[in-house]
Ligand binder design. Structure first.
Ligand code: ADP
Ligand code: MG
Length: 292
């Protein structure tokens, strides 16, 4: 590859909002045969909105939300932000928090108003021996609609469910279709549960979904594919995605995402539009053709 063609290629890519960190990535990107996309903030807009609140004790919704909101106020997770916003929008004030612990991939464990409050996944509830059987079918229904449902307990008893909905980016479906037409395998990877992940995957035409991946597990999934001979591009926006972005043959960070993701990646997609993935691969092909 001549420095001139690399420079020209990088400049042209930059005009399309595709920033290659080094010339070598413009040379290697065309080898990619597998693209893994993160769900939240990558395939979706990453701006979840609180949609459902179901409390176990009728008439107790306000009390429930004032405790849950306080617990989530301490969390930096995008889901927590959506929950707190939704609760404040309903005009409910939050209680005092005495203790807070984030459990990555599971939820939060807190003491609010001197009560132990857990909010998070089924697994979090099972780990604390909380009986959630009465709500499971309702939860599954919400998830089948692509919503992320979270369970809450107060002092060891199931207390309610909250669900948030995130919308897919308008451009995601077409972007996935383009990659498939280029004979590239597309996989969606998320910490979210299987039902929600499959529903979102279906909306955008991805049937290969890896769900319920713990934050530290994303890089391991990339390595597994590489060990089977795949050339893998990872596309993500979150702090959780950074190790996977670094391990992948090509890491692509969404420009609207976290700085940590952009630092770990080889390419930044300024537009946040997944069409930039196919564009980057095509530009790499073109650059290599000009060289030969
Ligand atoms: P993602 O890859 O979708 O960002 P995470 O690994 O961060 O997923 O979280 C996985 C799951 O853990 C979430 O879908 C949610 O059910 C639960 N969870 C994580 N953080 C919180 C929180 N602050 N409050 C409630 N649930 C949470
Ligand atoms: Mg994300």
């Amino acid at each position: 590859a001549t420095p001139t063609s690399i420079m020209a290629g990088s400049g042209r890519a930059a005009e399309f909002g595709i920033l290659f960190k080094g010339g070598e990535h413009l040379e290697t990107t065309h080898h990619i045969d597998t693209v893994i996309v993160d769900k939240t903030g990558t395939v979706t807009n990453g701006k979840p909105v609180l949609t459902d609140v179901i409390v176990s004790q009728e008439g107790n919704a306000e009390e429930f939300l004032s405790l849950i909101g306080a617990a989530e106020k301490q969390s930096e997770h995008p889901l927590a932000e959506a929950i707190v916003q939704g609760i404040q929008d309903r005009g409910i004030s939050l209680r005092d928090v005495q203790q807070f612990e984030a459990i990555p991939g599971y939820g939060v464990k807190t003491i609010v108003d001197h009560k132990e409050i857990l909010v998070g996944t089924r697994k979090l509830m099972y780990q604390h021996n909380i009986d959630i059987s009465p709500i499971l079918s309702v939860m599954e229904g919400l998830e089948a609609n692509g919503k992320t449902a979270m369970l809450a307990s107060i002092d060891g008893e199931y207390a309610g469910l909250i669900a948030v909905a995130d919308t897919v980016k308008e451009t995601s479906k077409k972007a996935i279709k383009r990659l498939k037409e280029m004979n590239i395998d597309v996989i969606m990877m998320t910490g979210d549960n299987e039902r929600t992940a499959k529903a979102i995957g279906k909306e955008v035409g991805i049937d290969h979904v890896i769900s319920e991946v713990l934050p530290e597990g994303k890089a391991a999934e990339v390595k597994k594919l590489q060990d089977s001979g795949k050339k893998v591009a990872m596309v993500g926006d979150g702090i959780n995605d950074a190790p996977a972005l670094a391990v992948a043959d090509i890491g692509m960070a969404i420009g609207t995402g976290t700085d940590v993701a952009m630092e770990a990646a080889d390419i930044t997609l300024i537009r946040g539009d997944l069409n930039s993935i196919a564009d980057a691969i095509i530009m790499s092909h073109k650059t290599m053709r000009n060289i030969k």
